[in-house]
Write a protein that binds this ligand. Structure first.
Ligand code: KIV
Length: 272
């Protein structure tokens, strides 16, 4: 039986590792403010990702590229105030970590002091040295591979990654390099399910999938997508959890439960 929200202890990295070792799926959602942080935390979402998707979701920008570190720090502070027990991950925005390891530590410090428990950064093997540098300095890191939205202009759009043997091999190599560098979690976005399953099975750390099939160690969605707020056509990997829900709290509970009991994502409709 689930522990009632009021009795839950704040999640730690140690506890997340235990959950992963026992095969318990990790439920993550993006979150950008204190009110939703309270709803998500109470509903049993394990990790709140203060994602730079807020550029598109909250600010109406065409991509995540314009989001600044100050904006990320502001939203991280808001989420931290509303949260009690969930693990909070702050996204390092475009331009805040590409220059040097030192620049990354400075940027990560801003997010950690705003209330993040971990920082996330996008990118392949070139970020491994930086990941090691952060981890050695006491900053837990979540890596992000596959579709990395900050590189949308270089990637030529929001398209599935790792479809060819060659690109799949590169993704496997980068995932291993990042885990060896000390990343404690890896977000894998928009990759074929079979590749995600292989990568997740080959790493000791939880792989959190978004459009990466059901065989990851956990799942993440953009909050506004799974609540059906986002206008326009949604990616196929999204399920609208408000369908049939009696409240936002109920929709979020259904999401957390569906991740934990493996009924989301669906192999047929929500995967590639
Ligand atoms: O910014 C974000 O919301 C993300 C998720 C899509 C994983 O990075």
């Amino acid at each position: 039986m689930n522990t009632p929200a009021a009795e839950r202890k704040p999640l730690t990295l140690h506890r997340l590792r235990e959950m992963h070792a026992k095969g318990e799926k990790i439920a993550m959602l993006t979150c950008y403010d204190a009110s939703f942080a309270q709803v998500l935390d109470t509903a049993g979402v394990d990790c709140l990702l203060v994602g730079d998707s807020l550029g598109m979701v909250l600010q109406g920008q065409p991509s995540t590229v314009p989001v600044t570190l100050d904006e990320m720090a502001y939203h991280t502070r808001c989420v931290a105030r509303g949260n009690r027990t969930a693990w909070v991950i702050g996204d390092l925005p475009f331009g805040s970590y590409q220059e040097s390891r030192e620049q990354t530590v400075r940027s990560a410090t801003v997010l950690m002091q705003a209330g993040a428990h971990m920082v996330k950064l996008e990118g392949g093997g070139w970020t491994a040295d930086t990941v090691r540098f952060l981890v050695e300095r006491g900053i837990p890191v979540c890596a992000h591979l596959g579709l990395t939205p900050q590189s949308v202009h270089a990637l030529g759009g929001y398209r599935v990654q790792g479809r060819t043997d060659e690109s799949a091999l590169v993704l496997r190599q980068h995932a291993r390099a990042l885990a060896e560098a000390g990343a404690a979690m890896l977000v894998l976005e928009l990759v074929p399910s079979a590749l995600a399953r292989d990568i997740a099975a080959s790493l000791p750390i939880p792989v959190i999938g978004i459009g990466a099939g059901r065989d990851c160690g956990g799942q993440v969605l953009v909050l506004h997508d799974m609540l059906g707020i986002t206008a326009g056509k949604l990616p196929r990997f999204v399920r609208n959890f408000m369908d049939g829900a009696t409240s936002v709290q109920h929709a979020v509970q259904r999401y957390a439960a569906a991740v934990k009991d493996r009924s989301f994502p669906d192999a047929e409709f929500h995967s590639y």
